[in-house]
Write a protein that binds this ligand. Structure first.
Ligand SMILES: [Fe+2]
Length: 261
């Protein structure tokens, strides 16, 4: 089974480039399931709405994962309450809307998609490692096919999660830093791992934001309102091939940059 996971789709530019590139990529790679992190698809890279989720589904995405920007758009509550194709981090407080994993059918096979969020340089969340143990108990009764999007900042925390879940899940792929790492590997026990898949959005900014704003903030330490950068976009993704037992056979990074017009 081939799984295509697309990194943090950022704003309208990221969405437009995904719409442009995904049909050709799907025709070439023939993935059985397409998952994307959609926590930055909203205006100025913040959050997601039901309408934007529909646009991503129309473009070919089947399951959406989220992250720290989940609450930035008020309408997200409807999405989290009503749409089984959307998961938010499983280690949020149990009282908040939504769920931390979903199980979808790919042909006759059940596949679990899990979302976790890190705590190092991130925020106050429940322990992602304990949350993983808790939900893997439930998932392992249903399917050995389990994909984890670990939305986190620190490479150490992401590697720790990779090794903690090695042999217990099909893949642990990092999101959030918006910079694709090149450390893809198959961990012992058949777990595909990549510290960060990177972003799908503006290429000439800083993590998608206009570079002048971020440089200015570093220079004078004043807060600024983020605006997405103009210019060409990048598309970042990973293709993971799983055997019949849900073990990873291969992991391949994809990073394409839109030609400048
Ligand atoms: Fe994030």
């Amino acid at each position: 089974m081939k799984l295509l996971f697309i990194g943090d789709v950022t704003g309208k530019p990221g969405l437009s480039y995904l719409e442009e590139i995904l049909p050709e990529l799907v025709a070439r790679e023939c993935p059985d399931l397409v998952v994307a992190n959609g926590e930055n698809v909203g205006p100025n890279g913040r959050g997601i709405t039901p309408a934007l989720a529909e646009t991503l589904y129309d473009a070919g995405v089947e399951i959406l994962t989220l992250g720290n920007h989940v609450w930035d758009q008020r309408e997200v509550t409807t999405l989290l309450n009503c749409d089984d194709r959307v998961v938010r981090p499983a280690n949020f407080h149990p009282s908040v809307p939504g769920k931390g994993y979903t199980i979808c059918k790919v042909g006759k096979q059940d596949v679990a998609i899990v979302n976790l969020i890190g705590r190092t340089f991130m925020g106050l969340y429940d322990c992602p490692f304990t949350a993983a143990d808790r939900i893997l108990k439930e998932i392992s009764e249903v399917t050995p096919f389990c994909f984890v999007d670990f939305h986190a900042e620190a490479t150490s925390e992401k590697l720790a999660m990779g090794w903690y879940l090695a042999g217990r899940v099909s893949a642990v792929i990092g999101t959030h830093t918006h910079v694709q790492s090149s450390d893809e590997r198959i961990l012992p026990g058949g777990t595909a791992y990549l510290t960060d898949v990177g972003m799908t959005g503006p290429y000439d900014g800083i993590l998608g934001v206009k570079k002048e704003l971020i440089i200015g903030r570093f220079l004078d330490s004043r807060p600024v309102r983020f605006e997405l950068a103009d210019g060409p976009c990048q598309f970042s993704a990973v293709v993971i091939d799983l055997d019949d037992h849900g073990k990873a056979k291969s992991i391949t990074r994809i990073h394409e940059v839109q030609p400048s017009s």
